[in-house]
Design a protein around this ligand. Structure first.
Ligand SMILES: [Zn+2]
Length: 455
């Protein structure tokens, strides 16, 4: 797929520099085509022309040529997000022969009415698109502003300042704004551990899912990048296992199980990474009717077939999977991972000491599965399945760890489309130290068409 065109829709000259100059420059360096629409102009014609010249000079510094800068000359201070304005923008896009799929515009959390109107216009003028909303720091309403995407601009910050300096007619006003801007960029940078960052709220319009990987090229938040591309509907159902309590303290209570605490860590990670608008629902795999959810939603399957009914009834029957957990009850020590391609078995390792009649688990094994749901192609199944709860917990935990996510982002091609079904990898958990090791040598791309029997 070709790189989608980008349109920046800003209310005034200098808005886009304050909110997104570093990102625009970065996108230009990656050879994205960027168009700039500045919606309003000043009534006084001398100032108007001066500001246009400034805006064109600034755009050039960001790598955007003069013919890609358009002034719509709507009235400064009176911008409205109605059908008329939307039609004007649409008509201009048509005459210019551009069909942008990404827009960069203002946030709704802004006290300036022109800024909010520009946002409305951008949302109305584009379809099947991804909208990145920036903040103009001095009119930004915080804490309302809740960015999900962070772009490291440390390398390009000089250029941003240089672009902003072009707006010399605004210098007196800008001095204070500049200090606030730097402070704001530093605050935004904390979540991706860099010096300066620009931050954006996101609107993912219907049909924009295919654009997400392109945004991933500038988005520096590993966690966000991975999950946003995986779960485009922003909703995932965790179907957790129901440990069978069979005498002794052989099975951990759900509340204290490592898998349960890993789930709450995952939930925390979503809110820490400014993705609190993602819904993570939790249901027991034993709940009546839960099968339906499995058929029509994004699901995280927690636990293997011994304790998770859905894993047992559905997951284990997907013929293309390479790794599965199998068992012979009642001897739980027989639980093992089966490699159906190599026809081998993997067991957890146990110590000799017996606690409550059973031997201590020293090393647990788990399977991380990321596949398209074979029953509903728009949804994914994330399987976190340990032989025991330690492995399951570690598997879920791994999905919050930046190093692992960045490795996964390199290997998982999203969205997962045929001929791929998805991916599986094995993980080792050293229970005494809580150390987790992903066995990348077992990384497997699964073919949607071929079943294991044919391998
Ligand atoms: Zn403005």
């Amino acid at each position: 797929m070709m790189k989608p065109d980008i349109v920046v829709i800003a209310a005034h000259p200098d808005d886009l520099e304050i909110g997104a100059a570093g990102t625009i420059f970065k996108l230009r360096s990656l050879e994205f085509e960027v168009h700039i629409f500045i919606l309003t102009s000043e009534v006084n014609s001398d100032i108007r022309e001066k500001r246009k010249t400034e805006a064109i000079r600034s755009a050039a510094i960001l790598g955007v040529s003069e013919e890609n800068v358009t002034f719509l000359d709507m009235r400064d201070g009176y911008l409205v997000g109605n059908g008329g304005s939307v039609r004007k923008v649409k008509a201009l896009l048509r005459t210019k022969g551009i069909n942008p799929r990404i827009a960069i515009t203002h946030s709704e959390h802004d006290s300036h009415n022109d800024h909010r109107a520009a946002r409305e216009i951008a949302l109305g003028a584009l379809r099947n698109s991804l909208i990145l909303h920036f903040g103009v720091v001095n009119s930004l309403i915080r804490p309302g502003f809740s960015p999900e995407m962070f772009v490291d601009i440390s390398e390009f910050r000089d250029r941003k300042v240089e672009a902003l300096k072009c707006h010399s007619s605004q210098n007196d006003i800008n001095r204070l704004q500049w200090q606030n801007m730097a402070l704001f960029e530093k605050t935004m940078a904390q979540s991706i551990e860099t010096k300066f960052a620009e931050a954006f709220e996101l609107t993912i319009q219907e049909g924009a899912q295919d654009i997400l990987p392109f945004v991933g090229m500038v988005d520096c938040s590993q966690f966000g990048r991975f999950w946003r591309q995986l779960i485009t509907s922003r909703e995932i159902y965790c179907l957790f296992s129901a440990p069978r309590l069979r005498g002794a303290s052989q099975w951990l209570e759900p509340a204290t199980s490592p898998a349960r605490s890993a789930l709450s860590r995952l939930r925390d990670a979503f809110s820490k990474n400014s993705m609190a608008n993602y819904s993570i629902h939790e249901h027991s795999s034993e709940e009546p009717g839960i099968d339906l959810l499995f058929y029509r939603s994004n699901v995280l399957l927690e636990g293997g077939p011994v304790s998770n009914r859905i894993a047992q009834m559905y997951f284990n029957h997907i013929p293309q999977l390479r790794f599965l957990i199998d068992y012979d009850m009642p001897g739980v020590r027989n639980i093992r991972i089966i490699d159906r391609w190599k026809k081998t078995e993997h067991f957890a390792k146990y110590g000799n000491e017996r606690v409550d009649g059973i031997r201590e688990t020293i090393e647990d094994l788990s399977i991380l599965t990321i596949i398209r749901n074979p029953f509903s192609a728009d949804n994914v199944i994330v399987g976190c399945m340990g032989i025991h709860a330690w492995g399951t917990g570690a598997c879920i935990n791994s999905l919050t760890q930046v190093a692992i996510l960045s490795e996964l982002s390199k290997r998982v091609k999203l969205p997962i489309v045929p001929p791929f079904l998805g991916y599986q990898v094995l993980m080792h958990t050293y229970c005494r130290t809580d150390e987790l090791q992903v066995d990348w040598a077992t990384w497997t791309e699964l073919d949607a068409a071929t079943s294991t029997r044919e391998k």
